[in-house]
Write a protein that binds this ligand. Structure first.
Ligand code: AMP
Length: 191
């Protein structure tokens, strides 16, 4: 079974919503680093206090902090059955560390699902979502951070992990079905 999956996409692409649906259907751990960080901010933990201003600006939290967080989460029992990483890796350094960890622990990343959504639609959706860190300026900033720091991750992964691009425009159910079809195809025939 191919069960260690990454979901990729620009801010506002709907990756969080789709990741939650897919993880639930496949009974694998949905690991959203954005959710984890927002929970830490809300709970005012040490981590939360460290990252709050960074998230509000739409900048990236340091690779070191993120790696620590993700390593710990991947070590938990539910993640051993399979995981869907949502929002990580976001830099080439994070991607390289993840591949190294995956190889060392013999838990290969089997597939990257890339949600493709045009920029105009991304801006519209992000504004409609109305999250506290979603002002027009931070949305633009997060999009440029994505282009500059996160898109190169795809080049770093190309040739090492299969990347499937999915049309991320349409109703939620159709997009979930598109992703499911790709995951099913990736499951066969070797299992
Ligand atoms: P998200 O919900 O995935 O859009 O994440 C919300 C915010 O959390 C981002 O804008 C970043 O500030 C931070 N964040 C989440 N994941 C990462 C990551 N892998 N590396 C650095 N910062 C992250």
């Amino acid at each position: 079974m191919r069960r260690n999956i990454l979901i990729f996409g620009p801010p506002g692409s709907g990756k969080g919503t789709q990741a939650a649906r897919i993880a639930e259907r496949r009974d694998i751990a949905h690991i959203s680093t954005g959710d984890m960080l927002r929970e830490a901010v809300a709970a005012e933990t040490d981590l939360g206090l460290q990252v709050r201003a960074i998230i509000e600006r739409g900048d990236l939290v340091t690779d070191e902090l993120m790696l620590g967080l993700v390593k710990e989460r991947l070590g938990q029992a539910d993640a051993k059955e399979g995981f869907l990483l949502d929002g990580f890796p976001r830099t080439v350094a994070q991607a390289e560390s993840l591949l190294e960890l995956a190889a060392k622990e013999n838990r290969p990343i089997e597939l990257v699902v890339l949600l493709d959504v045009p920029d105009e639609e991304l801006l519209e959706r992000a504004l409609a979502r109305g999250r506290a860190d979603d002002t027009k300026e931070t949305i633009h900033h997060r999009l440029s951070v994505y282009r500059e720091q996160t898109e190169p991750v795809l080049e770093a992964l190309a040739g090492k992990v299969t990347i499937e691009t999915i049309d991320g425009v349409g109703d939620l159910d159709s997009i979930t079905e598109r992703i499911e079809r790709v995951l099913d195809a990736a499951n066969s025939p070797q299992g």
